[in-house]
Design a protein. Structure first.
Length: 363
């Protein structure tokens, strides 16, 4: 049982929350502490942490899940990079084991975000150049290795627009990203069944008053989009515009293997990246993922002026709802006991994943 200021689907209460692997009850009453109790964070775009990269296969997924849990992330998607098909399959096999059985002391991996290889050669960002057109047969084959929950696609590539309804029918959330497409391409993708946008502003055509681009399509029409709120990938003004325009804009980390590590050289798929001054960059100097954690994402949203409940929704409720995970991202009887307890500085002092207490000091 925990007590404090608790964010419920109905709003804030002061009281206690009783739980095992699921939440049993939430009761109003006096609190023994001034702690804040929020739903655990849900991160739908995670490449790595603690020196481990999802493309490595093996036990990388378990290391990633354990590391991010220490920062309040209770569920996440292992995210791939563009690579040769055999390398993607190896990565998916490694992630499949973590998806099937949550590692002790780790976050629940809900599935895969397949960020590559169905991207535009013109908007690679930090992705390698091994892009290929998507086919339903290939996606189904990869989906059989590990469940793909989110898939990033460039809709302007020949055949991709027609493929979106078939992908959506598989239960995959199709996102527009790494795209050189036009405003019209973005709108057409949404009409075809695309559900969101991958790291809004980054890796897509920007907004110009006469050529609104993919960013313009998102701002004008999206219900959901992910964004990296590290205040490096997106300026504060652009972030505020997105918060105002997109009702369920939610934060993701786009975290790399450099997350939680000292400055130095790390892997991002087949790319070498360099952590320095809180950023991760290619040798060219281009940003290449981040070292953001979801607790810092929450604090950044609050620093931008969002009230804590709104900020919490953008790192928990909205991404959970986007995936259709109705028993995560909220504190309510019957939901999983995915809980983060914060001090006055909004830093985690306790984290529970499906009722398991996470050791926040574990290396």
């Amino acid at each position: 049982m925990l007590s404090g200021r608790i964010l419920t689907p109905e709003g804030w209460i002061t009281g206690s929350i009783a739980f095992g692997d699921c939440i049993h009850r939430i009761t109003e009453g006096p609190a023994a502490s001034g702690l804040t109790i929020l739903p655990g964070f849900v991160d739908l775009h995670v490449h790595g942490a603690a020196g481990a990269d999802s493309m490595q296969g093996g036990d990388a997924g378990a290391i990633i899940a354990r590391t991010h849990a220490r920062y309040g992330t209770t569920s996440l998607l292992g995210t791939t990079m563009t690579a040769k098909e055999l390398d993607i399959r190896r990565a998916l096999r490694g992630l499949a084991g973590v998806i099937a059985q949550r590692p002790q002391g780790g976050a629940r991996m809900l599935g895969v975000h397949l960020e590559g290889p169905f991207l535009s050669q013109k908007r690679l960002g930090a992705q390698p150049p091994d892009v290929i057109p998507a086919t339903l047969e290939l996606v189904q084959s990869l989906h059989a290795v590990a469940p793909i929950r989110v898939l990033t696609i460039a809709p302007e590539v020949d055949g991709h627009l027609d493929l979106i309804p078939d992908l959506a029918a598989l239960g995959i959330r199709v996102q527009v990203g790494h795209s050189a497409g036009s405003f019209e391409d973005g709108v057409a993708a949404l009409r075809a069944g695309a559900a969101g946008f991958t790291h809004l502003y980054n890796g897509m055509t920007g907004m110009n008053h006469r050529e609104p681009g993919i960013v313009g399509a998102a701002l004008a029409h999206a219900e959901y989009a992910e964004i990296i709120p590290d205040l490096e990938h997106v300026g504060q003004g652009a972030l505020r515009a997105a918060l105002r325009a997109i009702p369920r804009l939610y934060g993701i980390t786009d975290a790399t293997s450099a997350t939680g590590m000292p400055d130095g050289e790390y892997a991002l798929g087949t790319q070498r990246v360099f952590k320095c001054a809180g950023c991760v960059r290619l040798a060219s100097g281009s940003l290449a993922g981040s070292v953001l954690t979801m607790d810092q994402a929450l604090r950044n949203f609050v620093d931008l002026g969002l009230d804590l409940a709104d900020a919490s929704h953008r790192v928990s409720l909205y991404p959970a709802d986007y995936l259709g995970e109705t028993l995560r991202g909220r504190l309510a009887p019957g939901a999983w006991a995915d809980i983060v307890v914060l001090d006055e500085g909004l830093r985690p002092v306790a984290v529970f994943v499906e009722g398991e207490a996470i050791d926040l000091n574990r290396p």
